[in-house]
Ligand binder design. Structure first.
Ligand SMILES: *Cc1c(COP(=O)(O)O)cnc(C)c1O
Length: 361
């Protein structure tokens, strides 16, 4: 864990923090970037000792994402590894409240914990704040995503956090979709933030990584201990790439969000679409095709720019019919296609997508 530097000063704008945090000091012959530290061990007697406990390439990334989220960050090998570390904070047999439309891996992990008798999962409609609040009465943790994947429902984070804390429950938020530029859950009352850094943080579809950001020193220690003991550590090269991606998150997101807003304007009312879902921020849009799975499966084969692929948050536009996955929730419409809007010119994106929609007849 590094000392605070000028880069951590809270007065800097997030756009500046993304650039200046996690850098070596401005002294002669220091490199501009913290290099990729490829080593399994360190000369004894210092703070690092061994490669499963620490790596300067991790620290540079962690200082930067931590500064953006307003907490202390711990990098993991993937988003799911970060989620597993957070779910492990509750005592055996605890109840965990989560949105029914969470990321399929999160729902799968909760169901697995339940099947093994280690936790009880209660799935809720995260937009129903009163229902979430009453479900949290017996819970040790209230977990949520906002916006949810891929339904794009938005939770009232401050109200849910208040209710959960009244009952002594921990509050953890998966902030993958919003990123710290659009939503800082720790400021809204959450105890922990989780990221699939695979998505917007890295932003170039070339890295799998995750992160936990904790508000308190006690939670930070517990999360670091989990990583040190169970070993879901990120590779130094991946961490370097993720930080390189994070440096440009503000400009990437600005363009991607502007493209998403414009596509929503142009696609709303298209006769092939039953619905265009957009929470009003971010760069994920879900469209629901009239006629269900068949036209949706046809659509994803008829574009040239939009790539049919899972995952999201890269510079390139991708899309996917979510119900093609058997694990996706049955309450997600068969014809829902989740768009991850990238940084291409919006006219090209629109022409490609509208052409494919028009061709469905
Ligand atoms: C992708 C994703 C995850 C899982 O992250 P990985 O890096 O794939 O392990 C978790 N939450 C959300 C919201 C995601 O989109």
């Amino acid at each position: 864990m590094h000392e605070a530097t000028a880069a951590d000063a809270p007065t800097l704008h997030p756009d500046t923090l993304a650039i200046v945090a996690g850098r070596p000091p401005h002294t002669s012959d220091q490199p501009m970037n913290v290099p990729v530290h490829l080593t399994s061990t360190y000369v004894a007697g210092g703070e690092l000792e061994y490669g499963r406990y620490g790596n300067p390439s991790w620290t540079a990334f962690e200082d930067t994402l931590g500064a953006l989220e307003g907490g202390r960050c711990v990098a993991f090998a993937s988003g799911m590894a970060a989620i597993a570390a957070v779910l492990d904070l509750v005592a055996p047999g605890s109840t965990i409240v989560a949105p029914r439309h969470s990321y399929t891996g999160t729902v799968g992990a909760l169901r697995e914990l339940e099947a093994k008798g280690r936790a009880k999962a209660v799935f809720v409609d995260i937009t129903d704040t009163a229902a979430v609040a009453s479900a949290s009465a017996d819970a040790a943790m209230v977990w949520f995503e906002s916006p949810t994947n891929p339904a794009l429902e938005v939770a009232d984070i401050p109200a849910i956090a208040r209710a959960a804390h009244e009952h002594g429950a921990l509050v953890a938020v998966d902030n993958t979709f919003a990123t710290p530029l659009l939503q800082r859950p720790l400021e809204l009352g959450a105890d922990l933030v989780v990221h699939s850094a695979t998505k917007y943080i890295s932003g170039h579809s070339d890295v799998l990584m995750g992160a936990v950001v904790a508000a308190s020193a006690a939670h930070l220690d517990a999360i670091v201990k989990h990583r040190s003991l169970y070993g879901a550590i990120p590779a130094p090269l991946e961490t370097f790439l993720a930080l390189r991606g994070l440096r440009t998150l503000p400009v990437r997101l600005e363009r991607a969000q502007a493209n998403a807003e414009e596509l929503v304007r142009r696609l709303t009312g298209h006769p092939a679409l039953e619905e265009v879902r957009y929470p009003g921020f971010g760069a994920i849009v879900s469209i629901v095709l009239r006629g269900g799975a068949e036209p949706a499966d046809a659509l994803v084969q008829r574009t040239s720019l939009w790539v049919h692929a899972t995952s999201l948050g890269g510079v390139e536009s991708t899309f996917e019919r979510r119900r093609r996955w058997p694990a996706e929730q049955p309450t997600i419409p068969e014809g829902l296609v989740r768009l991850s809007v990238g940084l291409e010119h919006v006219d090209d994106l629109h022409r490609d997508l509208a052409g494919a929609l028009d061709s469905l007849g």
